[in-house]
Design a protein around this ligand. Structure first.
Ligand SMILES: [Zn+2]
Ligand SMILES: [Zn+2]
Length: 592
């Protein structure tokens, strides 16, 4: 089920449909005879599952062809037929949690009566003839224990019909006759809004582009926005200090295969989705964790930086950690690219098939907005189910040659890498990602880079990257000796989220003060000299001021010297420059 609400597209996977006799929702206080709930789980990468339930009322009328498929095979249940309300803790479990469709076989076997009816059943037939464009929607809960408030409700205004004979069959099978049926009464609306009749949800999310990165946009306004983008303390990317002496480490064991891929542009990145399934899926084992390859995608310019500098391109190969189906954890293998005279062999095989972002589809909007809308249309970069979902919403290349994924890092030294715990670098910024970023960049030719930039788009934002986020006390492994602070790259300076740049800024301020003082010293030096040799009336005017100024200057220089001493300690690379400046200061002191 795909619902577009206020410009935000939500996609759900169908789990199961069930019936309530009489209806749970009511229309102007009127209960309807029967209501079907088709329960879906939202396709998302949040660790907190969310559900979408499509509800349809049945009124007495013509026989329903969907119901006719299984109306004579409805299983009954002893306890429901007895019609007593269940007591004790087993109550909700007997009929199962409505969301447990996926695990029915395992969990409900003991407490469920299954019909011999096994289908096939076309679920979509339940919608036949119904207007799908008019429905109520609201945020709600399960209508059965545990009443979890994690359900987007969509209740069609159009009613389906069922014959009296059909309704009777459902009523009989469901039991609960003494209770009047298996429904929960309408609950207070409280502060919630029901959309669909007079009020439509506001269309806002799609108005905000992802790039250039703005933290408040990602926290509140963009599609997929999440406060964790702003408040999180495990956010990615980060800046790596330059590594003077890297740790020699065991290389990640990579068993990516030569396989078919889907090469696509999802609106914010060029991506190759691994077409492998089941046992043949490529794996990465690193630091005792095993991950399964989902996809690789590219950022122009790089997201991680080294010594505050961006590389022109960075690839992220996204894996899901094995055994984390319930609360998925991810592992990203990343490689930087560095412009070289030699083209990159792996990129050569796809560079002329890169799907270009299509601007025509979305009308006369600005590029950034189109690409922001593109997220809704194009799904999430972590999406691993391209067949179903991305096909309709991404620009997919016709490229169909098998790709040897291992060629992606061909020649790159895998023994030297940084690793740290971080987050998605795109909304919703979920903090569930182990990053393994290789220190050695791969080569890319200028021409190849130009092709990637053109296909990725986001030209007005200078690329599809999020700048480095605060490290916030996290440890980064992989480097024994880190290098000095180097001056920041212009790209990263633009962001309000840059890591600490106090040292370079202090240096800049001191340099400015210093040049003023030097100028003053140069001007005042000769004045003092001439004062010593003269006693003319004109020069006498200075006698009161000049020695005071010189003393002040000497004081300033003393402090400056101390400051420089401190800076020298923290900044070895600038050490030589500093020594020169210090010598200069000493020289000025001697002259004054
Ligand atoms: Zn229900
Ligand atoms: Zn990425």
């Amino acid at each position: 089920m795909i619902v577009n609400i206020g410009g935000e597209t939500k996609t759900y996977d169908l789990l199961q449909c069930h019936f309530h006799w009489g209806s749970e929702h009511s229309l102007s206080g009127q209960q309807q005879p029967l209501e079907i709930h088709c329960v879906h789980q939202q396709v998302s990468h949040s660790n907190v599952p969310r559900y979408g339930v499509l509800g349809i009322f049945f009124e007495l009328g013509a026989a329903n062809s969907f119901l006719s498929k299984f109306e004579s095979n409805l299983p009954t249940h002893e306890i429901a037929l007895r019609g007593r309300r269940l007591q004790g803790p087993g109550a909700s479990n007997l009929f199962g949690n409505p969301i447990e469709g996926a695990s029915t076989a395992r969990r409900l076997a003991a407490s469920t009566n299954s019909s011999s009816f096994v289908g096939p059943l076309d679920f979509k037939e339940v919608l036949s003839g119904l207007d799908l464009e008019h429905y109520w929607s609201y945020d709600g809960s399960f209508t059965t224990p545990p009443c979890t408030e994690a359900v987007d409700w969509y209740v069609l205004m159009a009613k389906s019909s069922a014959s009296q004979a059909q309704l009777d069959k459902f009523r009989t099978a469901m039991g609960w006759t003494q209770a009047g049926g298996n429904f929960r009464n309408p609950q207070p609306l409280s502060q919630r809004t029901i959309y669909g009749c007079l009020k439509l949800p506001q269309s806002t999310k799609s108005q905000h582009p992802w790039y250039p990165y703005q933290v408040d946009q990602w926290a509140i306004h963009v599609s997929g926005s999440n406060m964790i983008c702003k408040t999180g303390t495990f956010q990615s990317p980060i800046d790596f200090a330059q590594c003077i002496q890297p740790d020699m480490r065991a290389a990640p064991e990579i068993t990516w295969a030569k396989q078919k891929v889907t090469l696509l542009n999802n609106g914010h990145a060029i991506q190759i989705t691994a077409g492998n399934v089941g046992a043949s899926r490529g794996k990465m084992t690193v630091r005792k964790k095993t991950y399964t390859l989902l996809q690789c995608h590219w950022h122009w310019s790089s997201e991680h930086t080294v010594g505050k500098r961006q590389y022109p391109l960075e690839v992220h190969c996204v894996h899901q950690q094995d055994g984390t189906e319930e609360a998925p954890l991810y592992g990203v293998f990343g490689v930087f690219y560095e412009v070289s005279a030699v083209p990159n062999q792996f990129l050569t095989s796809i560079e002329d098939n890169l799907p270009q972002y299509s601007y025509r589809r979305l009308g006369a909007l600005g590029e950034a907005q189109q690409q922001a809308d593109g997220f809704d249309l194009f799904g999430h970069p972590m999406d691993s189910a391209p067949g179903r979902r991305v096909a309709a919403s991404s620009i997919v290349s016709t490229f169909s040659d098998p790709l040897n994924f291992q060629d992606l890092y061909n020649g790159v030294d895998l023994n030297h890498y940084w690793n740290y715990e971080g987050s998605f670098t795109t909304p919703p910024c979920t903090e569930a990602v182990d990053f393994y970023i290789m220190m050695e960049p791969a080569p890319i030719s200028q021409a190849q880079l130009a092709k990637f930039k053109a296909a990725i788009g986001w030209k007005s934002a200078a690329g599809n990257f999020r700048p480095p986020q605060p490290l916030a006390g996290r440890s980064v492994a992989g480097c024994r000796t880190v290098g000095s602070v180097s001056l920041p790259d212009t790209h990263t300076v633009k962001s309000a989220q840059c890591p600490d740049q106090t040292a370079p800024l202090v240096l800049q301020v001191i340099m400015t003060i210093l040049s003023v003082i030097i100028l003053a010293a140069i001007c005042l030096g000769p004045v003092r000299q001439s004062l010593a040799n003269s006693s003319s009336a004109r020069q006498m005017k200075f006698t009161g001021n000049v020695p005071a100024k010189v003393t002040q200057l000497k004081e300033d220089l003393k402090f400056l010297e101390l400051d420089l001493e401190t800076l020298k300690g923290t900044s070895e690379a600038n050490g030589r420059e500093m020594t020169k400046v210090q010598d200069l200061v000493k020289e000025i002191k001697m002259n004054t």
